[in-house]
Design a protein around this ligand. Sequence first.
Ligand code: SF4
Length: 447
Amino acid sequence: MIQAPAKPAPALAPVEKETTVGNYFVSNYPPFSFWKPENLGDVATALGRLPASGTPLGVYLHIPFCRKRCHFCYFRVYTDKDSSAIKAYLDLAVRELELYGSQPFIGGRKPQFIYFGGGTPSFLSESQLQDLTGRMKAILPWDAAQEVTFECEPGTLSDHKLKTIRDIGVTRLSLGVENFSDHILDINGRAHRSREILRSYHFARELDFPQINIDLIAGMVEETEANWQDCVRRTIELSPDSVTIYQMEVPYNTKIYQEMKAEGKLVAPVADWETKRHWVKYAFAELEKASYTVASGYTAVKNPDRAHFVYRDSLWQGADLIGLGVASFSHIGGTHFQNQHDFEPYLAALRDGKPPIYRALTPTAEERLIRELVLQFKLGRISRAYFQRKFGVDVLARFGEPLARLQASGALVLDGDWLRLTRDGLLQVDRLVHEFFLPEHRTARYA
Ligand code: SF4
């Protein structure tokens, strides 16, 4: 049993039933709204320090271009940029990497992981991809990279482009499938259709990518139980190396919310949380029947010995990350920072030879501990020994009260060194991890 607190722990926050506006997915801690422009001095200090021994380094590049804006999208993306704007962006993103490449924090390291996210990295042409990655490798070689991930929108992939993506060194191809129904794809504003999913998937298989991931979203507008079950069945038929499933959320900057606001609605026209969790539970159960292993609150992998998530696991254990591109997030030597989140200010800073950084935060030692605890709980378990070794903290003693609440609610079990979430706990992990937030961060919006 987890040590009972001196007075009975209050119950967990009540479960929200309907899907209302706001962010659900927790991607960092402390929340972004606590990162401030007045902390920018911390960034220069962090870049000027040598790295702590053994800290992995990664590079993320945000490609903010898409063919269409999906109605549920809350990322920084543009659908109106012509080829000269795209060229200017890529040139300046390379210049941004150059700015970092000579700083002391690099300390002779080479990136252990590279991630092309978006937006739609596969929106770029073959020649843009070859030129971009050739210049990136000349600044920080990729020969030590264990993983190069590339996000794709299936409708942007030709056979030639997929071959180029393989040739530039991508090891992990992530296909944004989201749903297999053309009607659901259409009504949610997606640009691709199911035949493009099948075509690109099969050709990618022929090219022998070491890992192909399929992304799905549970609870898109007009999704039904029958449609969801069909999506799960068709995913398993394709037999990808990993499957990532997100529960539909409706943040403020989505088209869905704009329409809700215009119509005076508080509840989003998507499945409620209980239904979405039920659908993900169903998907995980079907994937397990097909010999997949559930590896986090969002992923199932076909072969846990081969399908790694170097980017995710490194970041969630405090790796350094250079985030390039508009609105990207970095984490260097214990300092978080985020780039300018609009296109022109981002380009203008780099044209002036300055880092395009907008806001920063250096978490305290306690906040760093909570950050890793929160992020690693998303894997479904945390190791007490890891936190004792790295932070000198017994998490059972430090977090006895919230852990007792989770255990009493049936969301958590103690298993030797491991604190494990039950399947029901795992399916609502982004809600439960708020239990570990410091009081001043509990009411913050993820913005
Ligand atoms: S493809 Fe992805 S990044 Fe682009 S608009 Fe759709 S959800 Fe947003």
